[in-house]
Every structure is written in structure tokens, then in C-alpha cells.
Design a protein around this ligand. Structure first.
Ligand code: ADP
Length: 246
């Protein structure tokens, strides 16, 4: 939780570096990366395969440790995972023995709520992701798009300050994907949460993000940060749209 009076969900990345060891040799992935993610903004991370998108997201999530540098959330240095961040992966990895509503409430139960309390609190998120009527369905009864809706609801139900998404729509077919892009834009309008989205789909990034971070393909290249000088995603209608500026 942010100390009272401070902004919620602001992320500062300072001098971040990360290498892996590949065939006995260091493979530099991130080098002295500095970045400020504003409270409530939607940042997309794009770049060629292998440019370090997932690595950066995993470091922000606390799932991967950086070699150097810091991640600060609302001015506080963070290490490891924390309740102010929730992560959505390409595969939602739902618990097959739990119903939709209990999958969504699972994170709340692990935080001490009873199953009944978790169900009550989860209903809002069932509605938010458009799954009303599917509360008692099991994951095996859901399409890929519906399963990912459950994953999104489960992440939002714990009320994170920051939502980190790694190719969340990457496993969906083209039509479902377009529908889900619109859903995400609508959900982000309703939820006041900072979002960081890793995607290889530039059109998706332009549609959903306020700013885009482009990680360089070549080592030693500079990351670039681009402002999407368009109406907020919340005000856009469809991917691939053409719309006059306000
Ligand atoms: P992207 O998401 O942009 O495709 P990644 O962050 O997944 O890129 O990976 C960046 C580079 O780091 C790739 O060359 C990848 O092979 C390497 N890499 C990622 N994770 C590991 C790991 N755990 N061990 C060794 N190399 C890794």
C-alpha cells in the first residue's frame, strides 16, 4: 500500500541492468534503463523478440532479480513480489477444480477472506469482465477468451496499484483478440490502475497505451519512449481506428 498522501501506482526504474549467462558467456539484456511510469497510465513495451520485454516485466513484477539498479513504487524501493502488483500471463492458469467466481476470489482467500466474503467481493469483477451468468462454470467449460477474462478479473480483484500484462492476448484467435482489446480499453477506463503491457503487436500497443517503450534489438541501442498523441485509449473505439484529435 502506498503511504497516505502519495500518488498510487507510480513506477520509477533507475539504472536497471540485467544479463543472463548463455553458453557460459554473459548475454546483456537490459543496460542502464531509466523509466518513469506515471500513476494511472498505460505503458506498452514493444521490441523485437529477445529484446528483453518479458525480462523487464518480470523484474517489475519481482519475479526476476535485476543485476543492478532499482525499481521504486510510489517512491519506495521494491524487491520481490508484492501485493501492490498483479501479473497477467498469456495463459491464465486457472485452477481447474474451482468455479469462475472462486478462481476470481482465490487471491482474496489467500489474503484471509472467507470463501463467502471472497465471492461477494468477486461479483463486481465477474460483472466488469462480462462473465455474469458464468459464476459457477468451471475452466474446462470456457473458451480461451473467457478464460483470460477470468484471469483479468482475478488480477483486478486484489485491487493492485499496478497491473503487469505479458502478451495477455497472445494465445487468442484474431477475432477474439480484437474483442478483448476493446474489453481491456473499457476495463482500464473503469479501473484506476497503472498498466504495463508487453506485446509484440504494435497496433495493440497504439490502441491500448498512452506511451510506448521500444526496446532496441541490437545490444548497445537506446530504448525509445513514444507518446501516443491520440485520444486516451478509453476514448477510442476500435483498433485500427481513424479519429480526429480532440
Ligand atoms: P522478449 O520478451 O523481448 O522476447 P526476453 O526478455 O524473453 O525477450 O528475453 C531476452 C533475452 O534473454 C533472450 O535472448 C532470452 O533468450 C534471454 N533469456 C531470457 N530469460 C532467460 C533465462 N532465464 N536464462 C537465460 N537467458 C534468458
Amino acid at each position: 500500500m502506498a503511504p497516505s498522501g502519495t500518488i498510487r501506482g507510480e513506477v520509477a526504474v533507475r539504472h536497471l541492468s540485467k544479463s543472463f549467462i548463455l553458453n557460459g558467456k554473459p548475454l546483456p539484456v537490459l543496460h542502464d534503463l531509466n523509466l518513469m511510469i506515471r500513476s494511472g497510465e498505460s505503458l506498452a513495451i514493444v521490441g523485437a523478440s529477445g529484446s528483453g520485454k518479458t525480462t523487464l516485466l518480470r523484474i517489475l513484477a519481482g519475479l526476476e532479480e535485476a543485476d543492478g539498479g532499482d525499481v521504486l513504487i510510489d517512491g519506495r524501493q521494491v524487491r520481490g513480489v508484492g501485493t501492490e502488483r498483479a501479473v497477467i500471463f498469456q495463459e491464465p492458469r486457472l485452477l481447474p477444480w474451482l468455479t469462475v467466481i472462486d478462481n476470481i476470489g482465490f487471491g482474496l482467500e489467500t489474503r484471509g477472506l472467507s470463501r463467502e466474503e471472497a465471492r461477494l467481493a468477486s461479483q463486481r469483477y465477474v460483472d466488469l469482465v462480462g462473465l455474469k451468468g458464468f459464476e459457477t462454470a468451471y475452466p474446462r467449460q470456457l473458451s480461451g477468451g473467457m478464460a483470460q477474462r477470468v484471469g483479468i478479473a482475478r488480477a483486478l480483484a486484489v485491487q493492485p496499484e499496478i497491473l503487469l500484462l505479458d502478451e495477455p492476448l497472445g494465445a487468442l484467435d484474431a477475432m477474439t483478440k480484437i474483442g478483448m482489446q476493446q474489453e481491456l480499453a473499457r476495463i482500464w477506463k473503469e479501473e484506476d490502475v497503472t498498466t504495463v503491457l508487453v506485446t509484440h503487436d504494435l497496433e495493440e500497443a497504439i490502441f491500448l497505451a498512452d506511451r510506448i517503450l521500444i526496446l532496441p534489438r541490437e545490444k548497445g541501442g537506446e530504448p525509445r519512449l513514444i507518446d501516443i498523441d491520440l485520444p486516451r485509449p478509453r476514448d477510442r473505439s476500435t483498433p485500427g481506428f481513424v479519429r480526429q484529435r480532440e
